[in-house]
Design a protein around this ligand. Sequence first.
Ligand SMILES: [Mg+2]
Length: 180
Amino acid sequence: MSLPLTATRKRGWRLLCPDVYCPDGVTEIAPEGLRRAGIRAVLLDLDNTLVGWQRSDLSGRVREWLAALRDAGIMLYLVSNTRHGKRLRNLSEELGIPYVRRAWKPRRKGFLAALEAMQVGPEETAMIGDQMFTDVLGANRLGIRTIMVRPLARREFLGTKLSRTVECVLLALFRRIGWI
Ligand SMILES: [Mg+2]
């Protein structure tokens, strides 16, 4: 995983393209790699990034990875579109990671609330999520570097299943033209 060393403003189709794609999920993202790229804060999607869709059970590997990010001095914030506020609140408490509720990604609002709370700029922040049209698009709009991961589980919202088809086509295209 190698994140570009500086954030660049993206336009057009680039807004949908992550800086990095991780087919093996979040745990392949090395904290040192993030630090080397000047990242001080990480925004985390929840469903299908840290846990399965609408689930609350975190794997031991994901817990260890979150602890390693913290040990590397990286601040964490959950930015989720979930409507299940209670589950998000419980996970946030369990992990000791604050959250933005109803972030409405790809709208800027939720991302900005997290940056404001952590007192960091977009250029020193990375978003990690599994969806192109919410996580990647929203963060790219603000000049936040983006890491897209393969979804943890197949099970998800019907609307998401449809957008997966488009994501697949676009990822293949971005790879072909050498953007990722
Ligand atoms: Mg997700």
